[in-house]
Design a protein around this ligand. Structure first.
Ligand code: SAM
Length: 278
């Protein structure tokens, strides 16, 4: 029996990272947009890595995907048309489909290989991408929103960090494009990284979104395999405030992290995070 151990390390800063014991690498290739790997880990199951950054793991993916999808979909009274920018692993789409009012969810990911390999190696996450309510497009999300004005009730940005193909997805122009692609009472939410290593990003996104949307809220969730484990999400809304939702009006869903009680609690921020949103 070999005593050799293989470990995958993600450098989250130049001086800090996480490391995981792995069994085998299922895929490792350069796509047209990024370096992609699917790795079987001991602790977290199969994991998608893009450009050296953990994207999602079978064991903890539910936190992120539920928290991208449900706060906005329970804040909007009738979310029928939903757009997911990025999200090629299919996890956010799976959560969106739990809402019966949703008539159509369009997924726009720039990299078809992410979709292809997620379907093959992450069936518990990507398994709903073939649902009849889902339209999958391989395209730049920045282009898509500028070509679809006044179309969506809710837009979710489940992109990689603001590097490589996602660099445009954290700009003021992108948020204006999102605003224009939303209907007159639309809601947008984006993953906005972690307050320990990306405080300036959270601040700049908050500033830019506040210049575009009348209602801006930030909420948090615990994601163990993401840098620092504390993750933020930024919501911009044209009309509905997530804090005005009555938790008694939120039905219990088949979830493992989001609950009607957690809907508002998630928006209560630790002081050092709250200070980034002022
Ligand atoms: N949950 C992860 C996170 O928070 O970093 C994101 C996972 S999801 C796999 C990220 C997706 O964003 C990738 O599949 C990538 O191809 C996609 N992406 C990056 N830039 C994009 C763009 N400009 N338009 C559409 N999709 C993009």
């Amino acid at each position: 029996m070999s005593s050799m151990e293989l470990w995958y390390t993600e450098k989250q800063t130049e001086n800090f990272g996480i490391t995981m014991k792995i069994n085998k690498t299922l895929v490792h290739e350069k796509t047209d947009f990024q370096e992609l790997a699917m790795i079987e880990t001991e602790e977290y199951g199969t994991m998608l890595v893009l450009d050296g950054m953990v994207m999602t793991t079978v064991r903890d993916e539910f936190v992120y995907h539920e928290m991208v999808a449900h706060p906005a979909l329970f804040t909007h009274p009738n979310p029928e048309q939903v757009l997911v920018v990025g999200g090629g692993d299919g996890g956010v789409v799976r959560e969106v489909l739990k809402h019966p009012q949703v008539k159509k969810v369009v997924l726009v990911d720039i990299d078809g290989k992410v979709i292809e390999y997620s379907k093959q190696y992450l069936p518990s996450i990507a398994g709903k991408l073939d649902d009849p309510r889902v339209q999958v497009l391989v395209n730049d999300g920045y282009m898509h929103i500028h070509e679809h004005k006044n179309t969506y009730d809710v837009i979710m940005v489940d992109s990689t960090e603001p590097v490589g193909p996602a660099v445009n997805l954290f700009t003021r122009g992108f948020y204006q494009g999102i605003y224009d692609a939303l209907k007159e009472d639309g809601i947008f939410v984006a993953q906005t990284d972690n307050p320990w290593f990306k405080a300036e990003l959270i601040q700049s996104v908050n500033r830019d979104v506040k210049e575009v949307f009348p209602i801006v809220r930030v909420y948090c969730a615990n994601i163990p395999t993401y840098p620092s484990g504390l993750w933020t999400f930024t919501m911009g809304s044209k009309k509905y405030d997530p804090l005005a939702v009555n938790e008694n009006d939120i039905p219990e869903l088949d979830t493992k992290y989001y609950t009607p009680r957690l809907h508002k609690a998630a928006f209560v921020l630790p002081k050092f995070v709250e200070d980034l949103t002022k």
